[in-house]
Design a protein around this ligand. Structure first.
Ligand SMILES: *Cc1c(COP(=O)(O)O)cnc(C)c1O
Length: 400
């Protein structure tokens, strides 16, 4: 494989090849540049590094283990399957990694309010947690429809001291929550900060969220080497906006012999409108302040998308993934809702690990691929989160 020099990505103005950038009104460009400058300052500081390392160890519970799923590997009869256990983090998923970083940055910049939207509530809970820890007020906008569906997460956010704003406009779901939170942000972008929940949005967020998540791959690479003496043959992760995937992939991009696979949600099938497979079926466009692949209609409006996993339900994708696809360094494949449900149940019953429906997409891909490989080969899956949140839904859907 051709060698690429990945280290300098993105460029100073936030481009990964043709993707990324800052497609924002002029008054916000200044603010985004201030955030970038503060981030570049803080990341160099030994005190910040020490604070983050302490919180990783004593608060989040890092390093999360790399676990050899022996029974699953035997049952599939091919490659050995390993899991990077981000499900064991405090709050149950990888999102805490970048929420801590964003909350610490907000504090450093003297911001007095952290704003965000949430769909199913996972980003909201992780951010409310980080803001409680750092001691900074947090306001989360959430569609009324999602509030009714995801009640436990709404309750948790309130307990954590976060203000939850119910959004009733439009379809009262994620897109409306984004619009509402963004309007609130524009009222006072100097004193507030919009904490984006994945490697998406205008520069510097795709870079910053990736950097905060890249602890996953740095740990996993070292742990895998220590355990086996080699690197995995394949690494894989589910892709919504793409933060847990970039978190794992970044440390392996220069390892030419490691095959890297991102798994998008094929929903009810790629030949139906009900999927969210942005890189597989979309085209280059613009969304939420960045250039990236987008699932859009002929008029350039983002399409309604579907996945059984609400965390993967996004018509765009991070700019770095868009670039890595074009370069061919990362392959993007898909798993359907049904394959994902099967993986959810299989991992639960064969290993006693209930995965998030999001993470189950990567498990499904590995279950499909492992039997085609030899026993001397290995697949490392990023298990991005735990699946308690999905248990009632799965039980109802499968009639358990
Ligand atoms: C939010 C979420 C995802 C999807 O987000 P990415 O930015 O694509 O990682 C995946 N897994 C879990 C458990 C999540 O909560």
């Amino acid at each position: 494989m051709k060698r690429f020099d990945f280290a300098p990505m993105p460029t100073a103005d936030g481009y990964f090849g043709d993707y990324g950038g800052q497609i924002v009104p002029p008054e916000l460009k200044q603010i985004m540049d201030d955030i970038d400058r503060a981030y570049e300052e803080i990341r160099q500081q030994p005190e910040f590094q020490a604070e983050l390392a302490m919180l990783h160890a004593d608060y989040v519970g890092r390093p999360s283990p790399v676990y050899l799923a022996r029974r699953l590997s035997e049952q599939l009869g091919g490659a050995r399957i390993y899991l990077k256990r981000e499900d064991l983090n405090h709050t149950g998923a990888h999102k805490i990694n970048h929420c801590l970083g964003e909350a610490l940055l907000a504090k450093y910049m003297g911001k007095t309010k952290v704003l965000a939207e949430t769909g199913a509530g996972q980003h909201g809970v992780a951010l409310a947690t980080a803001c409680a820890l750092v001691g900074i007020p947090c306001e989360i906008h959430m569609g009324q429809v999602d509030i009714e569906k995801e009640h436990p997460n709404v309750t948790k956010m309130k307990i954590l001291g976060c203000k939850v704003v119910s959004v009733t406009r439009g379809t009262a779901t994620l897109k409306d929550a984004v619009d509402s939170a963004f309007e609130e942000y524009l009222k006072d972008p100097v004193n507030s900060i919009y904490a984006i929940g994945s490697v998406v949005g205008p520069h510097p967020f795709p870079k910053m969220v990736r950097d905060f998540q890249s602890i996953i791959g740095r740990e996993a690479r070292e742990q895998f080497l220590a355990k086996t003496g080699t690197l995995p043959d394949i690494i894989t992760a589910c892709v919504g906006g793409g933060s847990n995937a970039m978190g794992l992939f970044t440390a392996f991009l220069d390892d030419e012999d490691v095959r890297i696979v991102g798994v998008e949600p094929a929903g009810k099938g790629l030949d139906t409108p009900d999927h969210a497979a942005t890189l597989s079926k979309g085209r280059p466009g613009q969304l939420h302040g960045m250039k990236c692949y987008v699932l859009e209609d002929a008029a350039g409006e983002p399409l309604p998308v579907h996945s059984i996993a609400s965390g993967l339900d996004y018509p765009g994708i991070g700019p770095q993934h868009s670039y890595l696809k074009d370069l061919g360094r990362v392959e993007y494949d898909t798993a359907t809702d049904d394959e994902c449900l099967d993986a959810y149940m299989t991992l639960s019953r064969v290993e006693g690990i209930i995965p998030a429906l999001e993470s189950a997409h990567a498990v499904a891909w590995a279950m499909r691929t492992a039997p085609t490989l030899g026993r001397d080969q290995s697949i490392l899956i990023n298990l991005s989160g735990r699946g308690d949140k999905d248990a009632d839904y799965v039980a109802e859907r499968l009639g358990l």
